[in-house]
Design a protein around this ligand. Structure first.
Ligand code: ATP
Ligand code: MG
Length: 414
C-alpha cells in the first residue's frame, strides 16, 4: 500500500518551509509593532458559525467547506478567519476597540490549481469596533507596508465601496431593470447568483456576462449619502498615506459580510489566481453573531500565493551556520555537550555524532547533515585543551584553544 496526501494539500519542507516561516516571523514582529495582538482559535468550529457569517448562499458554504458530523453535532474546518476571531472575541467578553492578527491554515474544497489549495495559510488582521474611514485606510497601509517589508514588489491595490443594506436594496432594483432585457444571455451561474447574492455577478469570468456588466449601473455610483461620504474619506486618507490605488467598480467580494470598503491586492505575475490579499469592512457582522454593535475592518493574505510571486530569496531568511561535533570516545561526552551548548547559545545549529562511531563515520554523517563546520574532539585535543575545527566546504582544519572558542564563534563565523 502506497500512501498519498489528499488532493490539493502539500508537504512543505526545506527551502519552502524556511520561506514560509520567514514571512510568518516577520509578520509577528511587524503586526505586534503596529499594536495588533496575536490570536489562536480552534481549527474547527460549529459549522453554523461559518454559515451564518460567510452567508449560506456563497461558494464557500455551498461547495467548499469540510464538514463533519459527530454525535449529531455539525462541525467544519475553518475556511477563513474573521468569523472565528469574532466568535472568540464575543465568547471571551473582550473589550473594544481591539486589534488582532492571526496566522492560520484554512481549508476549502476547491478545485486545486496553481495558487489554489485545499489547505492554505493566511495571515490576517482585524480592527474591531472602529467605524471611521481612517481605519479602512490604515489596514490597507498595514498590508502595503508589510508586503514592502518582506520584499514583495509590483502588486497593485484595488478598492471599491459596496455600500450598506440600505443603498444596496435600492441599487438592486436599478440593476434588475438594466439586466432584465439581457437576463437570458447571462450564464446560468449569474442568473442564479442574481437572485441569491446579486453583487457577486460582477465576479463572473464569462465574457458575455462581463460585456453586459461593463455598462451596468455600479453600486459605487448608487451609494447613500453616508456610504458615499465614508468612501470619499477613505480615499482622502489613502492619499494622505501616499498609497497608489485604483478604483475597480466591479470589485465585490465572495463573502456576504462585507459592507462599504472592499480591497484586493493583486500580483499580475500570478495569472488567474492573482489576489494575494483581500478584505474590507464588515460593520454588521459582530452584531449578527450575537455581539455588540461593533463596526470592524480587516483583511487576509494568502501566504502560499504570495510566496509563488516572490523572488526566490526573501531578504529576511537567516542562513544559520551548521556545526557537527565528532567526539572520539564516550569519555568526552561532557565536553561534547558543553561545546554544543556554547554553539547553540551563539545561535548556530549544532548536531552531535555518536561518540562510539569511528571519526570517519561521524564525518560522513556531518557531510550528509550538510554541516558547514565539524568540531573534532578526541585524545589529542583533550591533552592540548583545544578542539579541531574543520571547514567542510574547503576541507582545511585548524586547532582552536577551548578558552578562545567562544571568541572564535563570535568573530570568525558569520
Ligand atoms: P479567490 O477569489 O482567489 O478565490 P477569495 O475571495 O476566495 O479568493 P478570501 O476568502 O478573501 O479569498 O481569502 C483571502 C486570500 O487568501 C486570497 O486573496 C488568497 O490570496 C488566499 N486564498 C484564498 N483561497 C485560497 C486557496 N484555496 N488557496 C490558496 N490561497 C487562497
Ligand atoms: Mg475563493
Amino acid at each position: 500500500m502506497k500512501y498519498q496526501k489528499p488532493k490539493g494539500t502539500r508537504d512543505i519542507f526545506g527551502r519552502e518551509l524556511q520561506r514560509t516561516e520567514a514571512v510568518c516571523s516577520t509578520a509577528r514582529l511587524f503586526f505586534e509593532q503596529n499594536g495588533f495582538e496575536e490570536i489562536r482559535t480552534p481549527t474547527f468550529e460549529f459549522a453554523q458559525l461559518f454559515d451564518r457569517s460567510i452567508g449560506e448562499r456563497t461558494d464557500i458554504i455551498e461547495h467548499e467547506m469540510y464538514k463533519f458530523e459527530i454525535n449529531k453535532k455539525l462541525y467544519a474546518l475553518r475556511p477563513e478567519g474573521t468569523a472565528s476571531v469574532l466568535r472568540a472575541f464575543i465568547e471571551n467578553k473582550l473589550s473594544l476597540p481591539a486589534r488582532f492578527f492571526y496566522i492560520w491554515s484554512m481549508y476549502r474544497r476547491e478545485k486545486p490549481q496553481k495558487g489554489r489549495y485545499r489547505e492554505f495559510l493566511q495571515i490576517g488582521i482585524e480592527i474591531l469596533g472602529e467605524d471611521k474611514p481612517f481605519y479602512d485606510a490604515e489596514i490597507i497601509d498595514q498590508g502595503k507596508r508589510f508586503l514592502n517589508l518582506i520584499g514583495a514588489k509590483d502588486f497593485t491595490i484595488e478598492i471599491n465601496s459596496i455600500g450598506c443594506p440600505k443603498c444596496r436594496a435600492i441599487y438592486k432594483n436599478k440593476l434588475r431593470d438594466y439586466l432584465e432585457p439581457n437576463f437570458s444571455n447571462l450564464c446560468s451561474n449569474c442568473q442564479r447568483r442574481f437572485e441569491r447574492n446579486f453583487l457577486r455577478i460582477f465576479d463572473c469570468k464569462n465574457k458575455t456576462c462581463q460585456q453586459i456588466y461593463t455598462k451596468a449601473p455600479k453600486i459605487t455610483d448608487n451609494l447613500c449619502a453616508e456610504c458615499l461620504e465614508h468612501y470619499l474619506s477613505v480615499k482622502k486618507f489613502l492619499n494622505k498615506f501616499g498609497i497608489d490605488y485604483t478604483e475597480n467598480r466591479k470589485l465585490v467580494r465572495g463573502l456576504d459580510y462585507y459592507t462599504r470598503t472592499v480591497v484586493e491586492f493583486k500580483q499580475q505575475s500570478l495569472g488567474a489566481q492573482d489576489t494575494i490579499l483581500a478584505g474590507g469592512r464588515y460593520d454588521l457582522l459582530m452584531k449578527e453573531l450575537g455581539g455588540s454593535d461593533a463596526p470592524s475592518t480587516g483583511w487576509a493574505m494568502g501566504v502560499d500565493r504570495l510566496l509563488i510571486s516572490m523572488p526566490e530569496n526573501l531578504p529576511k531568511i537567516d542562513e544559520k551556520k551548521r556545526f557537527f561535533i565528532a567526539t572520539i570516545g564516550e569519555r568526552f561526552i561532557n565536553e561534547m555537550i558543553e561545546l554544543r551548548d556554547l554553539i547553540q547559545q551563539n545561535n548556530f545549529i549544532c548536531l552531535m555524532g555518536n561518540p562510539e562511531d569511528s571519526i570517519k563515520h561521524q564525518l560522513k554523517k556531518a557531510n550528509r547533515a550538510k554541516a558547514d563546520y565539524s568540531i573534532i574532539y578526541g585524545e589529542d585535543e583533550a591533552k592540548n585543551k583545544v578542539c579541531t575545527v574543520k571547514n567542510m566546504e574547503i576541507g582545511d582544519q585548524k586547532k582552536i584553544p577551548i578558552k578562545d572558542f567562544k571568541t572564535f564563534l563570535r568573530n570568525t563565523i558569520k
